[in-house]
Design a protein around this ligand. Structure first.
Ligand code: FAD
Length: 133
């Protein structure tokens, strides 16, 4: 059985931005009519739950540990790479994409890693404003 990871179609650099543009907009007044279930309360689940509820959706965030904070996310301490491209760094989305694929022994899903590299800067800024140490 082949699993369908539902990765958007199109060229690598455009997959996720195209998917974002193709997605239908939801009127703010209708957002409260949707209940979103988030499974897991690490940084990904926690951030998704907080962001979606701020947008007006009803959100239920589930975890199965003694505390919602008991996730891998609480163990990470070394920082997160982002293609910030400070002066003279020579950094870029493509470079972070390549380094991350290589660092993952070429076992990661390329489209998802590309997306990670694309959103890395905003993601770091968001974690910072959420108080992630
Ligand atoms: C020791 C350690 C150090 C790390 N250091 C770094 C670092 O320095 N920099 C870095 O960028 N990354 C680091 N990482 C990796 C990083 O922490 C993870 O990639 C990231 O936190 C994953 O976040 P997440 O929200 O996707 O998953 P998680 O934080 O793992 O959260 C997933 C949550 O889902 C819950 N869950 C799973 N299945 C279910 C279910 N069926 N029902 C309910 N809940 C469920 C889990 O219990 C967990 O709470 C480190 C990881 C570890 C373990």
């Amino acid at each position: 059985m082949a699993l369908d990871s539902k990765i958007p179609s199109g060229p690598m650099e455009e997959k996720w931005s195209k998917h974002k543009m193709d997605s239908k907009l939801i009127n703010p007044a209708n957002k409260r009519k949707f209940t979103v279930l988030v499974v897991g309360s690490g940084l990904a689940g926690g951030a998704a739950a907080a962001t979606l509820s701020e947008l007006g959706y009803n959100v239920k965030c589930f975890c199965y540990q003694d505390s919602p904070r008991r996730a891998h996310s609480i163990a990470a301490q070394g920082g997160i790479n982002a293609a910030k491209n400070y002066q003279n760094d020579g950094d870029s989305v493509q470079r972070l994409f390549y380094d991350t694929i290589k660092g993952g022994d070429f076992r990661s899903r390329e489209a998802n890693v590309r997306r990670l590299a694309e959103v890395s800067v905003n993601n770091n800024d968001q974690c910072d404003s959420q108080g992630v140490p």
